[in-house]
Design a protein around this ligand. Structure first.
Ligand code: SAM
Length: 332
């Protein structure tokens, strides 16, 4: 690495989230851009395996040490094992992970581990079959639970469970989610709901994550613990006697922009310097010109927004920005 990959505000960027598709096999009501559209082809030209590996190689040369595959649902890509294996083989890449709804993990968890994937984050917004079905627009809870078991067995650990906390929809399940950490080596992370694409009505779904701690403390004493990888966005806690951890990710009420260490690449080949910005830089024209591709990564680094200008209350934060892409088009 010749130059430190650090942005204009002194933040070292070492993490890349690479989206490989916009398609999804679930259609969660708070995530999808158009109701019922998640399963459809978008008509956009997707990154090929070769494009993904070129991006990975350039990123690692610049100083990226961790890559997470995401989507849409990344396991819908028929060539996901080729993408995984190719990225895992890049010298200097220390951590390769994947975010999934877990539905297809039963079939593929062991193959992913053999291809070099280190760990998975699995989205799970309800532990109640009917509620899960409703939130995901038809999903089967058992498939995701099986996926979690297969990931544990395949050694894709620590398995992190991502729960988007939705007021009036799944907040009555906080206790059940928190209790999962007692017995199993699972990190259950609660994420604040973020309105996207200019949604005007959102506060009826938004619940600050303090509620999780209030409920957890009724089960057992809580201690603050360190997260992995030297400080991601989550604050971690452990219930006394628990095997797993509880994580809180509060992008709206307690933003972590001053510690942002990431870039995102969308499945149609655009770098997104910030989740909360519509800035995008197209990589497509440069796949056969590595020096230019490298220059585009530096350009992205330099337009990461000033963390001092980010509003500190949820209402102001949302007023400040709601982007054009839905979460499934970005990859979360
Ligand atoms: N299909 C994969 C999955 O289910 O994890 C990866 C893509 S999904 C877009 C990534 C994450 O974004 C999921 O945990 C999802 O719950 C979360 N997400 C989607 N919309 C969100 C929103 N409006 N606010 C907060 N998180 C959101």
């Amino acid at each position: 690495m010749l130059q430190k990959f650090t942005d204009s505000y002194g933040r070292e960027v070492n993490y890349l989230r690479l989206s490989v598709t916009e398609q999804c096999n679930l259609s969660c009501f708070y995530c999808r851009s158009t109701p019922g559209e998640c399963g459809k082809e978008t008509g956009k030209e997707l990154l090929t395996v070769e494009n993904c590996l070129t991006i990975g190689q350039v990123a690692v040369d610049l100083g990226i040490t961790r890559i997470r595959l995401t989507g849409g649902e990344p396991l819908l890509r028929p060539d996901i094992l080729d993408i995984t294996g190719g990225l895992a083989a890049i010298p200097g890449l220390k951590d390769l992970s994947l975010t999934t709804n877990g539905i297809l993990l039963e079939k593929i968890a062991f193959k992913l581990a053999a291809a070099g994937l280190k760990r998975v984050n699995i989205s799970l917004d309800s532990l109640d079959e009917a509620n899960f079905h409703q939130i995901t627009n038809g999903g089967k809870l058992q498939s995701t639970l099986q996926g979690i078991e297969h990931s544990l067995q395949a050694g894709l650990t620590p398995v992190k469970i991502n729960v988007v906390l939705l007021k009036g929809i799944n907040d009555h399940e906080i206790e059940k989610f928190v209790a999962m950490t007692m017995e199993k080596e699972l990190d259950v992370r609660f994420i604040e709901y973020m309105p996207t694409q200019g949604q005007k009505k959102w506060s009826h779904l938004f619940l600050p994550l303090q509620r999780v701690l209030e409920i957890a403390e009724k089960i057992a004493p809580l201690v603050t613990v360190d997260g992995e990888h030297g400080g991601g966005p989550a604050q971690y806690f452990r219930l006394e006697g628990a095997v797993g951890k509880i994580g809180l990710i509060s992008p709206l009420s307690r933003h972590f922009c001053d510690r942002c260490n990431r870039l995102r690449v969308t499945s149609d080949g655009k770098i997104k310097p910030c989740l909360f910005s519509d800035d995008e830089i197209d990589l497509r024209p440069y796949f056969s010109a590595k020096e230019q591709l490298r220059a585009k990564f530096f350009e992205a680094l330099q337009v990461k927004p000033d963390p001092r200008k980010v509003a500190c209350s949820p209402v102001d934060r949302v007023r400040q920005f709601q982007g054009k892409r839905s979460m499934t088009q970005i990859g979360g």
